[in-house]
Structures are given as structure tokens and as C-alpha cells.
Write a protein that binds this ligand. Sequence first.
Ligand code: MIC
Ligand code: SF4
Length: 651
Amino acid sequence: MGQNITQKILFGHLIEGTLEIGNEIGIRIDQTLTQDATGTMAYLQFEAMGIDRRKNELAVSYIDHNTVQVGFENADDHKYLQSTAAKYGVIFSRPGNGICHQLHLERFGKPGKTLLGSDSHTPTGGGIGMLAMGAGGIDVAVAMGGGTFYMSSPKIVNIYLVGKLKPWVSAKDVILYVLKLFGTKGNVGIVFEYSGPGIATLQVPDRATITNMGAECGVTTSIFPSDENTRKFLKAQGRESDWTELLADEDAQYDDQICIDLSELVPLTAEPHSPGNIAEIASLAGKKIDQVLIGSCTNSSYRDLRTAAEILDGKMVSPEVSLGIAPGSREVMLMLAKEGYLEKLITSGARILESACGFCIGNHMSPGTDAVSLRTSNRNFEGRSGTKSAQVYLVSPEVAALSAVKGEFVDPMQLPSDNCPVFSMPESFIIDDSMLIFPPGDGSKVEIIRGPNIGDPPQNTPIEGSLNGIAAIKVGDKITTDHIMPAGSRLKYRSNVPAYSQYVFEPLDPDFPERAAVNRDAGKHNIIIAGSSYGQGSSREHAALCPMYLGVKAVIAVSIERIHTANLFNFGIIPFTFVNSEDYSFIEEGDVLTVPDVFDTIELSAENDKPVVMINETKNREILLNVDFTLRQRSVLQAGGLLAYTQQQAK
Ligand code: MIC
Ligand code: SF4
């Protein structure tokens, strides 16, 4: 039987397990990437593992998230990351060089390779045929040390594309349409594999926009074949020798298939406050707007910004609108500058921002009160922009640029199609790797620079005996990691867990940290009760690490997203799910919850394939919990987390 491309890559990298949907498999990771906001913890954990040098094929440490210095903390983090990169054999991408996903695609990604990144949008690499996945920093640290990456063998869903996009409709509309079909929950353990005649009409930057934002569906990753378009892109990057063809076999099988006719799509948007709230732009035409931001790892390529520049050429941004543009990389910025597009952008009144995540993570350019902000980024969770009352809409660069001029939503389908800029891939990009620092051959003499904000990664103390819990907080459905561990202005505490822990659940319940600390200090175990799709969004392991620091020992949810589940295991927090989701309503904040001899009970339940019985002492009621944990996951929990487990294994 023929293989699809996901299977080809998985078989080629399989170390443990069999490819049956839902089975835990262990795979070899070729390349890793980290970014500054998750990287400090990843390298602190790498150091704690006692490995002297990175062992995988290629590792890159990017500085892109927090480049705006307010206080000394970020600059100190950057120094720490630069020195760890030199010491451990990691390539360092200096602040200003660009956003990790855009840069990795341009300079390092290779078809057929596996890539693990401490950022949920790592699947961007799927645009050139990589099996690229997001994970917590500690998983990336283990992979850098040559360790196996464990994941659930995916269900492979084929998205078969036919037709060609109409003028004014672009890749962002494709992925927004996919989000409309699949939503933001219920897709755990899936890989979207694209194929069909329609893919030949999509260039690498288009494909990367689509694989990037597959993350919003909660899938493990998304992948396109590596074909002639991929070769052209890599050739233009001066890397044709990195190209290999990677196509699904003619008789490849998939676990499911849907077909999308590209020619039927129209411009779409994700309305506040979820990337899954899809509406047609036509339904919003004429609505007043206040801010437009073009950039982020989803839509900041040369293709996207050149298109925006062509639309803005000779026009002025509306006086009611603030337009910011953040190129995805220095290469993009140089291309725009050399070809005169930067001048067109500046002349139109656009504010040129640094090649970094910036506005997307809410650390600058927060909109005004109740403002309507149009962004080409991938997440519009409430408050992520830094302004709780802001209404953030996710749109294509075409809609963003047109609307910035008019001061209101513009439906491009009402405009002549001849006005739509046509893009063709340049023969060559401007290649300038001078902002990359390559590590010395021998890093043993390199001194690691640690500012006062950088502390040791806290370790968990494993539960002994019973889970003696208190429902310390009860939250609803679709709680994102931005709700659990806000980023934006709090990002600078990423390497200081005691300080960052003071903001756990800040947007939902700012008193939580104090309450949890009181329980913890009284010897009680804090438990988080949640609805469905808990931990959506980012890969940030602080959404497990900081609750761990506050004494959280278990999460009980209707369902938990993939990366967050892995992060909970990694920090020794038990990720229970309800057997009967109605039981969610039988627990209230403050209830006393007990599982006697918790690890023995879990072992017995796992062996006999039976649920764990938890007692809600306050309500005098038994509640059944799923424990479909593997032996490895159970051992990690018992050790108190992956760091302790890895240290034990190394002895
Ligand atoms: C995000 O887009 O939410 C982030 C910031 O890039 C995160 C990583 C982080 O929290 O540092 C992600 O997507 O994983
Ligand atoms: Fe950066 Fe935004 Fe992309 Fe996250 S989603 S990596 S914050 S640009």
C-alpha cells in the first residue's frame, strides 16, 4: 500500500511504537528551534540535564518575541540565550533578524526533515514539506540532547485542493475556511496533509500561511508536499541543494478526506474573540476601524508585504487609522527596501515596525478602548492585544491594506479584479546571514551570562500518597494559554518563575495566585477544573510550570489540548479528563476532592483499563476520571516531571 507524506516522514524517523492512531510513538527530531520567550526555560532545563553539547542535526535559538526593552530583563535574557547558544552548539539569530518561523523557512528548513520548536506555530515549516511541530521547551531541550520525542500517532486528514483562488482571495482565506470547517477544538491528534491539483497554484509563502494557522485548529501539524514550487523557493533562497521531492504515493491512503475548491472561496475574517469565529468580509463592509497591523509569522512574507505595498501605493492611510507593518524578517525588509516597496509603505503613512512578533503577542501597539483592530496575525483571543475591550479581527493582507486606506472594512470583491496585485516568486531573494551567529566548534570555555532575573528552573515535588485536593479555580470552555499565563507586558518574567507565577489566571481571576499559595502552604493540593479544549493556543510551558509552582497537582477538564497536555505531564501535573462530561457541573470552586493513593490507583486503573474514582468530599459524590496514560507518562508523573525523570534515567 502506498504512503502519504506524513507516513513517509514518520516511518523514516520512528524509534518506538507503531503507527496506529492514538498510539504513543517516539520519533527522532532532526532540527529544533527555540524563541526567546520559551527559550530561556528550555536552555535552563537543558543545562539542568547536564548535557554538554547539542546532539541533533541543527538547532537555532531565535530572538523575536520580546525585543522591546522595558527594564533590564529582556536584554539579560538575550545575553543568556546568546551565551548558551555558543556554549551548546546552537545557531543564534540576533534580535532584529526576524520571526523564527519566517526565518527558519527561509534559511534552514528542509523537506522531509522533522522539526520541533518551542512555539506552537512551528508547523509553518510544513509549507516546505517538513514534519514540523510545536512543543514545550523541555521537550525541545530533550530533542536537542538527542532524545526521543513522544507524540500520539496521528490521524491523517487529507485536505484535497482543487481550482485556483480568485483575485483578492489569498492563503489567509484558505486557512480561515479550514477553521470554519474544523473549528478550534476537537482536532487533537490530527495532521492535515494537503494535496490535489490546487496546490500547484499556491507558492511556499501561501502554503506556510496555511500550515502556520493550522495550529489554531489544534492539530498536531499541517504539511504540504515538496514539489517544483518548493524547489523554486529554495533555489531563490540559494538553497536548491536542500530540496528533495516529497510527494504522496498515488495510492496513498488517508484516515479522512475533505475537498476544497479554491475558486469558490471569498475573503473571510475571524471575528472577536476566537480564530474560529469565521465570517465573510462582505458582511462587515463599511464598519469603521481604528487600527490595522500587518505582520506576524502568519502573513509577513515578502509576498504579503509587497502585496500590501502595491495596494497602498500612491494612497494615504485614513486619518482615523493607525497602520503598523512588521516585516517577518530582515530579508523581507531588505527586499522591500531594494525594490522601492518600503518607500511606498512609508509614503502611505504606515508605521514601520521591527521584524519581530511585537504587536502579535501584545507587547506593543495595543489598540485603544473598544477599538476595532484588523490584524493579519493568527490569534484574536480576548485581551491578547493588551486591550481587553478591543475587537480584533483576523484578515488577509489584501483586506488589511484596503481597509487601512478607507478607514472601514472593505470587501475587495466589490473592486475590479484587475486592481488586485499579482505576485510571482522572485528568482532570488537577498541573502544576508550576517545577523546569525554560528557557534564555535568547542563551547567548553564559553561562560554563560546570567542576569539577576534568571533563576534555576523550579522542580516539582511528586505527590506522596493521596491527592488531597481543593478545586482552586473553575474555568469554562476554550481557556487559552493566554488566559492561564498572559504574555504581553508580563513576558519579561519568563525566566523568573516566582515572579511570573503572580500572574497565573490574571485575566480570569487575579486572586488565584494568592489563594493557591495559601492552599499550597497549608499542605493542600490545588486542582484546576476546566471545560472543553483547555490550554488552547500557545506552546508556552509556563502555563503548566507556574501553576506547578503554586502547588497545582492536577487539572480535571472535559478535554485538554495536545501541547498543553504534554506540558502538564512534563511538570508533574496530572491531566485528568472527565469520563462523563456532565460531572463538570458537580464540582464547584472550593470543593474538597480526593483520590486515595493516587499513583497506585492510577497504576491499577491503567492496567485494568478502568477509570479512576475521585471523591468530591464536599458534595459527597464519586466522579470518574480517565487515565489513558502510557507507562512512560505515568513514570514521568511519579518522578515529579520530565526533568526529574530525565535526570533519573541518566543515572
Ligand atoms: C504565541 O503566539 O502565543 C506565542 C507567544 O508565540 C507562543 C509561545 C510563547 O508563549 O512564548 C506560542 O505560540 O507557542
Ligand atoms: Fe510570534 Fe505571533 Fe507568531 Fe507567536 S503567533 S510566533 S507571537 S508572530
